[in-house]
Design a protein around this ligand. Structure first.
Ligand code: SF4
Length: 318
């Protein structure tokens, strides 16, 4: 239920002035401590410059390396990393098109293909999905975590349930609430989110117990670095899962994996393969997910460096 809800919401949220992604790590001191279900990014002023570099995620150590588009610098000076790691990061960054590698006087040197823009992200919204508010699990704690840390500009709870005043009272006031119907794609704003303060220091809740809460203070710089990592991950990853390699598999028009045998959207990692008695190995359906993503969102599949291609307006979730 939650997986199908999540993919339907991602599909419904796509628009030419957004980038939508799902399942992103959002903990800072405890990186695995928080995974957000859906992340919506809106473009900032330099979005087109970032999009012109590569369609992929640029690895963070390459962005932080002491290297720009001017003079090539020796690999050992560019990275404050052990040589093996510096080598691996440079290779990865070259493969995605952010760094160029060559040898000078027998030594490896690197140069950036473009200056990495600082202000390419307009806003980041975290959406927590809880289709059925009747079994909320640790929803309230997750939302308290997001509200205290303030890593995202906005935090929203998305549900298919009818939302009562009692539900609203259990979650932080700053969290917005959407009621979403995964069958029709209709979304109603029950409560607008309040903008958080991603530029200010935050408080990361590490453990909540009855009589004490363990927290870590997080600086504004650490939050800014994490936001850049999340934006890069969101930009490179998107939300469409690989469709199953099964003869019964196809995809919906918006690219969700669909099973014709059971007539529903499926979770390939959980429903398909040996776990399914109707599984028939075959090539996966030939859906061009990159073309869909390029057409429906701000993400650019094949950057040509030709400058701005689209207006980057900020959209409201209405
Ligand atoms: S593996 Fe099973 S659930 Fe998945 S597409 Fe094939 S028949 Fe459908």
């Amino acid at each position: 239920m939650e997986f199908r809800f999540e993919l339907a919401l991602c599909a419904a949220l796509e628009s030419p002035d957004r980038v939508v992604s799902r399942q992103l790590g959002a903990g800072i001191e405890n990186p695995g401590g928080r995974i957000v279900d859906v992340c919506v990014m809106t473009p900032g002023p330099a979005f087109d410059r970032r999009a012109a570099i590569t369609a992929d995620r640029i690895p963070d150590p390459a962005i932080e390396a002491a290297v720009g588009p001017g003079e090539a610098v020796p690999l050992t000076e560019a990275f404050d990393l052990p040589p093996d790691r510096a080598e691996a990061v440079a290779d990865h960054a070259a493969a995605v098109g952010y760094l160029e590698r060559e040898r000078r006087d027998g030594r490896p040197v690197v140069r950036a293909t473009a200056r990495y823009p600082d202000d390419w992200v307009g806003s980041l919204t975290a959406v927590e999905n809880k289709p059925d508010l009747g079994s909320p699990g640790d929803l309230a704690a997750q939302l308290r975590y997001d509200a205290a840390l303030g890593l995202f500009d906005h935090v929203v709870l998305a549900t298919a349930s009818y939302v009562t005043r009692a539900h609203l009272n259990r979650i932080p006031d700053v969290v917005g609430v959407w009621r979403f119907d995964p069958d029709t794609g209709d979304r109603e704003v029950v409560r607008e989110p309040t903008r958080l303060a991603p530029d200010a220091p935050g408080v990361e809740i590490r453990d909540e117990r009855a009589l004490r809460t363990d927290v870590a203070l997080v600086t504004a710089d650490a939050k800014a670095r994490k936001r850049r990592r999340i934006a890069e991950r969101a930009y490179g990853k998107g939300w469409r899962p690989d469709p199953p390699a099964c003869a019964h598999a196809t995809t919906t028009a918006d690219g969700r994996p669909y099973c014709e045998q059971f007539e529903r959207v499926v979770n390939p990692g959980r429903d398909c393969g040996q776990a399914c008695e109707a599984f028939e190995p075959a090539d996966p359906p030939a859906t061009d997910r990159d073309a869909l993503r390029d057409e429906r969102t701000a993400w650019v599949a094949t950057p040509d460096g030709a400058g701005p291609r689209r207006q980057s307006g900020l959209s409201r979730f209405r």
